[in-house]
Design a protein around this ligand. Structure first.
Ligand code: AMP
Length: 476
């Protein structure tokens, strides 16, 4: 078995690794660290939770320990898709570089330019940034990227989802051709493949198992619900969430509740609070200071429920999260894997419970295909909403090809704002408005709305609850 001491890292780095309590390198570390130390480009196909952050920070610290930064010319650059991830990478640098003198700056939106300018002016060894904010600094003439020796792109697939690829290409072109590139992505979409072919030079490719297969310690379940009436669906779903939390009782020490939409993050958080549960929201529209405060409270155990959107909570590393509740079925199956990976970390037990309505059948099916197993169905703990076993029509429907979630930033919007708006996905797919997806109406599980008094285009597959409310309306 490989030990850290076999990886040719400097004693100072090894000491920090030991202090962090790591005994053996993870597969991505075992593959990436020696190659990076040899100065090679690395293409790591790995998700969060695999130890990939240390797989690039450790060799970087080793290599940057010699040499000095010049004013406004950082020596290395780590690009992250979100502020939270960038902040987390910065924390990792602090941990692993404790015995080495390195300067770093974190360039993320929501923080004043002035402070960041000051740091850059003094010269930094490591610059950790989100793409939008980095380019803002560059365009203001405050930053030169011609001194970059090592460039890391973390979570490239999420950058793609968020429409950051043109920014990444531009940043690549602003750095020297001779730089070393360490590039990480959970998946290799064609667009990502293209970028790596263009900007990486004969990389060492390391692919590690998907987290879905690694997280054996997570118990998964899905609670099937069927709203009694469309106009009650949201309230009933919140009731179900609370009932599940009650059912889990003390076993649920802390949890992340994932919603697909920012508006629901706020609503669910408020609702939990109203019912006496200790909850706070986190999503891209909130002030950075508030996001940081909420995360800190969740990390130190003083906040029990973190209600989150995918992006805000992505890659979050809170070691002991007992539960993940998927209030919504994620529309992209990989998000399910990311979400549930927030629990069951470092060999701990974890529980991932998802609420699914008939309209979510297609997405649930895609998730089960991705993780290659059926998630056990459990009973809806609330009586008022009926327990619904999925019909075969709902679960065997073939999902639409994945739609790119890239959104073009408005050209006149400031970059920081673009970053904030880009950090969230407006997910209309799980609960489509009728005018948005007319082509879906013939599909029983999805087309759920009527056009005034008339249910249009449902064919033989009209869900029974629609018929009921329609008749009720007719009678009245
Ligand atoms: P990451 O994939 O970088 O988000 O890392 C996931 C978690 O694994 C973090 O909590 C790290 O502190 C932890 N970790 C990283 N490398 C190791 C290792 N070699 N042994 C044990 N834990 C590790």
């Amino acid at each position: 078995m490989t030990k850290f001491s076999d990886l040719a890292l400097s004693p100072k780095v090894l000491k920090a690794v030991e202090a962090a309590g790591y005994e053996t390198p993870t597969p991505i570390q075992e593959g990436a660290i020696p190659a990076a130390l040899l100065g090679r480009d690395v293409l790591g196909i790995a998700q969060t939770g695999t130890g990939k952050t240390a797989s690039f920070t450790l060799p970087m610290i080793h290599m940057l320990a010699r040499g000095r930064a010049r004013a406004r010319m950082p020596r290395s650059l780590v690009l992250c898709p979100t502020r939270e991830l960038a902040a987390q990478v910065a924390e990792n640098f602090d941990t692993y570089a404790q015995n080495v003198k390195l300067t770093k700056a974190l360039l993320i939106g929501g923080v004043s330019f002035k402070e960041q300018d000051l740091l850059i002016d003094r010269g930094v060894d490591v610059l950790i940034a989100t793409p939008g904010r980095l380019l803002d600094h560059f365009e203001r003439g405050k930053l030169l990227l011609t001194g970059i020796e090592i460039m890391v792109v973390d979570e490239a697939d999420r950058m793609l989802d968020m429409g950051f690829i043109p920014d990444i290409e531009r940043i690549f072109s602003l750095t020297p051709f001779t730089r070393q590139t360490l590039f990480f992505s959970a998946t290799m979409a064609p667009e990502i493949e293209r970028i790596t072919n263009t900007f990486l030079s004969n990389p060492e490719r390391i692919e590690v198992a998907r987290q879905a297969t690694a997280s054996e310690t997570i118990t998964q379940e899905v609670v099937m619900i069927k709203p009694s009436r469309r106009d009650r669906a949201a309230k009933e779903k919140r009731d179900v969430l609370r009932a599940i939390i009650e059912r889990e009782a003390e076993g649920c020490t802390n949890a992340i509740v994932f919603c697909n939409r920012k508006s629901d993050v706020d609503i669910v958080s408020k609702s939990l609070k109203k019912h006496g549960l200790d909850a706070a929201p986190i999503h891209g529209d909130l002030e950075q200071s508030q996001r940081t405060k909420t995360l800190d409270a969740f990390r130190d155990g003083s906040l029990r429920f973190l209600v989150a959107s995918d992006v805000a909570a992505r890659g979050l590393d809170v070691p002991a999260v007992s539960h993940v509740f998927n209030y919504d079925v994620p529309t992209h199956s990989e998000d399910y894997v990311h979400r549930i990976g927030r629990t069951g970390r470092a060999g701990r037990e974890g529980k991932a419970i998802m609420i699914s309505a008939p309209a979510d059948g297609k997405n649930l099916d895609a998730i089960e295909r991705l993780i290659a197993k059926e998630i056990p169905r459990t009973e809806n703990p609330v009586q008022s909403t009926s327990v619904d076993a999925p019909s075969s029509a709902e679960t065997t429907e073939t999902p639409k090809p994945r739609r790119s979630r890239s959104r073009k930033p408005k050209p006149d919007a400031p970059k920081a704002e673009i970053e904030a708006t880009n950090t969230e996905t407006p997910v209309a797919e799980a609960t489509p408005a009728p005018e948005q997806e007319p082509q879906q109406r013939n599909r029983g599980g999805r087309g759920r709305r009527d056009g005034g008094n008339k249910v249009v285009g449902m064919g033989d597959h009209m869900p029974s609850f629609i018929a009921k409310s329609f008749e009720e309306r007719k009678a009245s």
